[in-house]
Design a protein around this ligand. Structure first.
Ligand code: CAA
Length: 241
């Protein structure tokens, strides 16, 4: 039977490309979303991928949602923590709410999703967790103290869980995308994008969501059991960690 692969934020942007690529690779993907129900349902219908709505920032909602997925479809063998938000502001203008919203979704959200699936993966002796971090968690970014802190935190979380999961057949890895042509990047002021970001990408363009999905499919494979605790960068050469 196809392995169930749960992708958070899996109906839009990079997450949508990941859900589709996992399906093409023979998985049974499930995509979560938290926003526009109509668009998410349309995505699910178009690609024949089940979609579920919950907020990854809410631990009880994650626990309950995962239990529903497992009852409806089967145990989650692959978890892709992709859901993330930005609330960019220079630090002197950043509000406590902007800090806690981003930490709550982008870092605590990873805990909230991993914690409920971890015992089952340990029992079954198999699991693949791929945490989507960011180039900005590796190098820091003006205007993103909250986002960069959460994305760097995801790398520490990954390295710790990689050690805990290794003896149980669970791998935990990071994919760190650079600037990808999604709504999130298009929200960056055009002048900043043109003058401060694009010129520093040696490949000379934004990345495509499918280029990140390729990395996830690679790390999710049964054959990828020796790769754990790694940070897989895909950033067009903008930052070489
Ligand atoms: N790199 C270098 N300098 C930057 C910069 C950047 N990315 N962003 C802003 N600056 C500079 C501005 O050019 C400006 O400099 P000058 O005063 O010399 O003109 C100064 O910083 C202040 O900028 P603003 O006047 O624009 O200040 P603001 O308060 O209006 O807005 C901001 C600040 C919200 C940070 C806005 O500039 C911004 O959104 N910047 C982009 C931040 C960014 O890169 N976000 C990534 C989003 S995509 C993502 O997160 C996905 C991923 O994983 C990669």
């Amino acid at each position: 039977m196809a392995r169930v692969a749960l992708v958070t934020g899996g109906t839009r942007g990079i997450g949508a490309a990941i859900s589709i690529a996992l399906k093409e690779a023979g998985y049974s993907p499930v995509a979560t979303f938290s926003g526009n129900e109509e668009k998410a349902n349309a995505f699910g219908k178009e690609h024949d991928i089940p979609v579920y709505k919950w907020d990854v920032g809410d631990y009880d909602a994650c626990k309950e949602g995962i239990a529903r997925v497992e009852a409806d479809i089967g145990p989650v063998d692959v978890l892709v923590n992709n859901a993330g938000v930005t609330q960019d502001a220079m630090f002197h203008k950043m509000t406590p709410e902007q800090w806690s919203t981003v930490m709550g979704v982008n870092l605590t959200g990873f805990f909230n999703m991993i914690h409920p699936v971890w015992p089952g993966m340990r029992e079954r002796g198999f699991g693949r967790i791929v945490n989507i971090s960011s180039i900005n968690g590796q190098k820091g970014q003006m205007g993103q103290a909250n986002y960069a802190a959460a994305k760097a935190g995801a790398i520490g979380l990954t390295k710790s869980l990689a050690q805990e999961g290794a003896a149980k057949g669970i791998t935990v890895n990071v994919v760190a995308p650079g600037y990808i042509g999604t709504e999130m990047v298009r929200a960056v002021p055009q002048e900043v994008l043109d003058k401060r970001i694009l010129p520093y990408i040696p490949v000379g363009r934004l990345g495509e969501p499918e280029e990140i999905a390729r990395c996830v499919v690679f790390l999710a494979a049964d054959e990828a059991g020796f790769i754990t605790g790694s940070t897989f960068t895909a950033n067009g050469g903008q930052y070489m960690a």
